[in-house]
Design a protein around this ligand. Structure first.
Ligand code: GLC
Length: 556
């Protein structure tokens, strides 16, 4: 059996911090770098060996940091560059790598480059963006933005439109301009020279737009996405970033690719001289209870979820490396979606083992490790996210009144996962001494880090054990994956094999009991039970009848 190529970034367990809601040190209700610094020991004890920071840069917060106004500084709400250096050093001292979010598909409209570009065609920054004349008093093409109506915004002084495939305040950068690419490389060098260990590249697969910006397919809604989801120069630009910068440092990049498939991803992530990205975040396993977007719900299909995971496991084997996640700042909490609120602890543990023991680098989103659930908002004005507001306009047209919309948004909006981390049972869950910028989840008295520390059966302790195991056992990192019973709509069963070591992971996604029988060749009584979420672990006839959301992991 050929061996999977080893690399340090493949042996990481990464923790994602969405800074605004992590920990506030100064009582202004907004998370900050000193707050993060105060929790570095917590992260070290959790066992993670890397941190990914969602954007920390100055921003008008149209998309909470994904609209960057200055790539070389820190949002004053979060602190200063010196505070960042302190956090970076503190993380390194504790054996944790640090990766930054690199958002270069677009800037904020408050970035200097954009302000300069507004000065007209003669300004050297004008061509940093897509400024185009309209056609018959209409925008240059029929593209729609993901966040807000049409993808073009008109500027009267220039009598031109600029392109924004996300919010109006996120003008797209014209990556075809070599100067823009030089800027991107300089930004990368700036952070790498400071000592950061890599990047999570935001919607990086969108950076090349089709020549001439042709109209999108007109029905049912013209998004135009087919003209930039994998544009003509994507390969070339990623190669340039790789060769000119990334390859010159000991760092790694994980890309985010909407509508990503294995065949799309493989050319970029396959080991060898042409590799431009180390890992790819895709969305396929996050679509087992929705269609196209989280906002269109369908009943959860375990088969769909398993199919997506397995496809990536099989297709990437010995070729590329998987990025594993079940939560981030763009999706509702996983227990609300694929687990059960009635079995929060049991399903939280099961879901953790289910994804972390697959082949790939696991990412854990803040609060996931204590089983945080969706925040429940009661009024429209408590929501904060541009995407929610856009969808409110759309759902109004479908006849949703405010109450119905709020109920729906509480289940599907990404901001349900952006409520402050629950540190203890005190006021504001110990997140801030001031007024939190966003609502805190009602269950914080019961679900919080302090309570979890004191409960040996908590999800937190389960994560600790799992992270330690994942880091220390090569079979959990590099072992070959094989799924059993792919047609089961109740159980997810897979093995990992490396040399003479084997793991068998058995996960029930059901509240009712399900019969499990070990696959051929396995004798459960010979295995060592290394993870489980119930005390009673009897084996009957080389199998067992599952308890709600039961997980068992046997090592052979
Ligand atoms: C990515 C980010 C998301 C952001 C969008 C636009 O998908 O994860 O939070 O809104 O890009 O930058």
């Amino acid at each position: 059996m050929s061996e999977v190529k080893k690399d340090w970034y493949k042996e990481l367990v990464v923790y994602q911090i969405w800074p605004r809601s992590f920990c506030d040190s100064d009582g202004d209700g907004i998370g900050d770098l000193k707050g993060i610094y105060s929790k570095l020991d917590y992260l070290k004890d959790l066992g993670v060996n890397a941190i990914w920071f969602s954007p920390l840069y100055p921003t008008p917060n149209a998309d909470y940091g994904y609209d960057i106004a200055d790539y070389r500084n820190i949002n004053p709400e979060y602190g200063t560059l010196d505070d960042f250096k302190m956090v970076l050093e503190g993380a390194h001292e504790r054996g944790m790598k640090v990766i930054m979010d690199l958002v270069v598909n677009h800037t904020s409209d408050e970035h200097e480059w954009f302000k300069e570009s507004l000065k007209g065609e003669d300004n050297p920054y004008h061509d940093y963006y897509f400024w185009r004349k309209g056609k018959d008093k209409k925008p240059p093409n029929n593209w729609l933005s993901t966040f807000e109506g049409g993808a073009w915004e008109y500027n009267e002084d220039l009598d031109k439109y600029y392109l924004h495939v996300f919010a109006k305040k996120q003008p797209d950068l014209n990556m075809d301009n070599p100067k823009v690419r030089e800027e991107v490389k300089d930004i990368m060098r700036f952070w790498l020279d400071m000592g950061v260990d890599g990047f999570r590249e935001d919607v990086i697969t969108f950076i090349s737009k089709a020549e001439g910006l042709p109209n999108g397919f007109p029905l049912p809604a013209a998004t135009g996405i087919e003209h930039y989801k994998k544009g003509p120069h994507l390969d070339e630009y990623l190669k340039e970033f790789r060769e000119d910068v990334i390859d010159k440092y000991d760092c790694f990049v994980v890309a985010e690719g909407p509508m990503m498939t294995t065949s799309f991803a493989l050319p970029y992530i396959t080991e060898g001289p042409n590799k431009t990205l180390d890992m790819m975040f895709h969305f396929q396993h996050m679509e087992a209870d929705c269609m196209v977007t989280d906002w269109v719900k369908v009943p959860f299909s375990l088969k769909k979820m398993k199919g997506a995971f397995s496809k990536w496991q099989y297709k990437l084997h010995n070729k590329g490396w998987n990025a594993l996640y079940i939560e981030n700042h763009d999706h509702p909490r996983i227990i609300n979606r694929y687990g059960s609120l009635d079995y929060r602890v049991e399903s939280g543990k099961m879901l953790a083992a289910m994804y972390m023991l697959q082949c790939g680098t696991p990412f854990i989103y803040q609060g996931q490790e204590i089983g945080m659930t969706n925040v429940n908002l009661t009024r429209l004005d408590e929501f904060k996210d541009v995407l929610t507001f856009n969808n409110h306009n759309l759902f109004k047209k479908l006849g949703y009144n405010e109450e119905k919309f709020v109920n729906h948004a509480n289940k599907v909006s990404r901001e349900t996962a952006r409520s402050p981390v629950q540190w203890n049972a005190e006021e504001n869950a110990g997140f801030t001494t001031g007024k939190p910028w966003f609502n805190i989840c009602d269950n914080y008295k019961e679900v919080n880090v302090e309570a979890a520390e004191n409960d040996p059966d908590s999800i937190l302790h389960f994560y600790r054990k799992l992270i330690k195991f994942k880091k220390e056992n090569k079979v959990a990192i590099y072992g070959k994956y094989k799924e059993y019973y792919p047609n089961s709509s109740s159980l997810y069963v897979y093995e990992r094999v490396l040399n003479n070591e084997k793991l068998l992971v058995i996960c029930s996604f059901k509240e009712n009991s399900v019969k499990f029988k070990a696959p051929a060749g396995y004798d459960l009584s010979k295995g060592e039970l290394i993870f489980n979420n119930y005390n009673d672990n009897k084996i009957v006839n080389n199998g067992f009848v599952t308890k709600p959301y039961e997980v068992r992991v046997y090592k052979f």
